[in-house]
Design a protein around this ligand. Structure first.
Ligand code: ACO
Length: 383
């Protein structure tokens, strides 16, 4: 019998590849996409440019930017059958289930889905990037029994998303907020959903299959679904004065507080800091009572969690904690938070597919078997 190996549960600390897409410094709370700090991209760039950067490894020239954004704008529309499926599913299914199904359907409209040439792969990713916001917005509309609003190609990528959802063209501040969320969620190294995308891509399944796998993985509350779960918790707290009691009791009951903690960040997630800053700025723009209340709860919960668990366990707010209140500034329903995450993260997932296929290797980890061997088979009527 060979000696039991060290088992890295949850693949914690395991390197699976080299990558030049993003760097997460969990000790110092820093994040870079292709070498550019998240702070510089959040303040100076926009989602279109960031997604180009992730996919191509460098910032675009003016001409490249125009060609790229033209494709993104022109491909926003959805085939009728996809809209019909969204209409049927939206009232009864979680928007992440709708997103997973509608994204998977898009393979039908690709005449060469298995083409893995570099340019063909990037082209499929651009198509998915263009259409996933439309899927999220259509889902939001149909959930509320409202009519589908087709994309407006005169608007930027994330502004158009808000327009398709609300029917109103966002003002400059609203446009900045939604674009910020798209930028911050675009990429985050080999987390659970990106790894899931890579596992699927490593079998040489097509781009649609890989992205669909990522969507399924992102749904869970320990990953992308934490933004919705965190807002649900804030709503359950209700009155800011209940915050401390609620959190203390939840911790005593060994519950996890959604939007806190991270496998890699053992300090403040830099994305959470950016969201918090913009949220505080929104207080200067006459926010609703709901947003004021949510922010009070969030800040009190943050203080308690950081005092209790920050230094001792390295548990700090992650990007999902302040995301909910910020989406509420924009009037976005909590069920749509994670689909928006998909629409943005498709750029990171797609960039990882391109990088991984450059030097593809089938993912196949091993398990240490602890069951029995050579068990005698007993026929059913003798059991
Ligand atoms: N609330 C309370 N306690 C927590 C939390 C939390 N949010 N997160 C971790 N802990 C505690 C655990 O109970 C455990 O305590 P113990 O050592 O006394 O048993 C300890 O911290 C370590 O927890 P692990 O689950 O082993 O740490 P891991 O690195 O695997 O956890 C995770 C990372 C899953 C994100 C975790 O922090 C968590 O569940 N957070 C809440 C969900 C969440 O916000 N997810 C979004 C992450 S960001 C993203 O995916 C976009």
């Amino acid at each position: 019998m060979s000696e039991k190996p060290v088992i890295n549960y949850g693949l914690e600390g395991i390197y699976v590849d080299e990558s030049s897409i993003s760097k997460v410094d969990g000790q110092n709370g820093r994040l870079w996409y292709r070498g550019y700090s998240i702070e510089s991209l959040a303040s100076q760039s926009n989602f279109e440019e960031v997604s180009y950067l992730l996919l191509n490894g460098r910032l675009p020239s003016k001409q490249e930017y125009e060609e790229y954004t033209k494709k993104l704008r022109e491909r926003r529309g959805l085939p009728k059958e996809v809209i019909d499926v969204i209409r049927v599913m939206a009232p009864v299914s979680h928007p992440m289930d709708v997103m997973r199904t509608a994204t998977s359907m898009l393979v039908m409209y690709d005449s060469d889905p298995n083409n893995r040439d570099l340019e063909a792969t990037k082209d499929k990713i651009i198509t998915l990037l263009a259409k996933t916001p439309t899927i999220a917005a259509a889902t939001g509309r149909f959930r509320e029994e409202k009519k589908y609003i087709p994309p407006d190609i005169s608007l930027g990528h994330s502004e158009n998303f808000l327009y398709m959802l609300s029917g109103k063209k966002p003002n400059e501040f609203e446009g900045k907020l939604i674009d910020l969320m798209f930028i911050l969620h675009a990429e985050h190294s080999t987390n659970a959903s990106t790894f899931s995308v890579l596992v699927t891509a490593s079998t040489l399944a097509d781009v649609y299959a890989a992205i669909t796998a990522g969507i399924g993985t992102l749904k869970g509350p320990l990953h992308g679904g934490a933004d919705e779960a965190a807002l649900n918790m804030m709503n359950a707290i209700g009155n800011p004065d209940n915050t401390e009691k609620y959190i203390e009791e939840a911790l005593e009951g060994k519950q996890r507080i959604m939007g806190f903690g991270h496998r890699v960040y053992k300090t403040y997630d830099p994305r959470a800091k950016l969201v918090r800053n913009y949220l505080e700025e929104s207080l200067t723009k006459e926010p609703s009572d709901e947003v004021r209340r949510l922010l009070q709860i969030a800040l009190r919960a943050e203080k308690l969690m950081v005092d209790k668990l920050g230094a001792t366990k390295g548990i700090w707010p992650n990007v999902d904690f302040f995301a909910g209140p910020l989406y509420r500034v924009l009037g976005i329903d909590s069920h749509l938070f994670t689909p928006i995450f998909v629409a943005s993260r498709t750029s990171g997932w797609g960039s990882h597919i391109v990088e991984y296929w450059h030097n593809n290797k089938l993912v196949r980890p091993v398990e240490w078997y602890v069951g029995s061997l050579d068990t005698p088979y007993v026929p059913m009527d003798m059991r």
